[in-house]
Ligand binder design. Sequence first.
Ligand SMILES: NC(=O)C1=CN([C@@H]2O[C@H](COP(=O)(O)OP(=O)(O)OC[C@H]3O[C@@H](n4cnc5c(N)ncnc54)[C@H](O)[C@@H]3O)[C@@H](O)[C@H]2O)C=CC1
Ligand SMILES: Nc1nc(O)c(N)c(N[C@@H]2O[C@H](COP(=O)(O)O)[C@@H](O)[C@H]2O)n1
Length: 221
Amino acid sequence: MKSYVILNAAMTLDGKIATKTGNSEISGEKDLIRVHELRKEVDGIMVGINTVMVDNPKLTAHKVSNNIEDNPVRIIVDSNVRTPLNSNVLNDKAKTIIAISNNALSSGNNNEKIEKLKKHADVFSAGDYPVDLIKLLDYLYENGIKTLMLEGGSTLIWAMFKHHLIDEIRLCVAPLIVGGFDAKTLVDGEGFKTMAEGISLKLKNSYSLDNDLILEYDCLY
Ligand SMILES: NC(=O)C1=CN([C@@H]2O[C@H](COP(=O)(O)OP(=O)(O)OC[C@H]3O[C@@H](n4cnc5c(N)ncnc54)[C@H](O)[C@@H]3O)[C@@H](O)[C@H]2O)C=CC1
Ligand SMILES: Nc1nc(O)c(N)c(N[C@@H]2O[C@H](COP(=O)(O)O)[C@@H](O)[C@H]2O)n1
């Protein structure tokens, strides 16, 4: 069994989830409240290590609650043990799991960093390289994370789609165009070769929040 995964992200009308400089402040205040209500509902929230390095997010429900018990378990997918020790995700506001690769664990080069991380987080290793997402989701489910919010970024979202691990999408489309070859889109990675291989979606809800459009889809596999 694996966790039920909800991908939540904000993108510009031209499909970017950050500008070429990594600025990702896209959606309006009402959408951010929606995001934090969702964080409060789910058991876990997962991001890739680049998101931690670029945004230094807290990944708590801080806009809607000060109660630590409302915060989801934070999961960082970090094959090479790059999580900075002063990251907000290592604060005491919620439990954190750092998922690393078996290669990073067995090389011996990261022992000191892993010991330091273990003072603030659980460290779980799966897959030689990169992190085996299927094993990770099994582990999360077995450890009580039945619902998991995936917040990004583009590389991790691609890997999760490639393995058919995303069940639902909640997307905020903001009325903005930023362009840029180097600006991250909702899904990057190597991509599928044909439309036939693409993930089919079923639109199940759409509504406006001030100037933002919220789209909700089920993934059909
Ligand atoms: N607008 C929005 O809703 C959001 C925007 N962002 C933006 O996304 C950008 C970061 O996205 P990316 O650079 O694509 O990085 P990412 O956050 O997706 O992290 C990717 C990294 O995760 C690690 N990783 C470990 N195992 C992996 C696996 N099995 N598959 C894939 N990756 C694995 C790799 O080191 C990989 O480089 C930032 O600029 C951030 O601001 C991030 C979250 C939400
Ligand atoms: N849905 C959404 N809309 C935006 O406008 C955003 N900027 C994001 N970004 C995500 O939120 C993280 C910051 O979270 P904290 O408030 O620090 O907990 C950021 O890293 C993105 O994951 N999302």
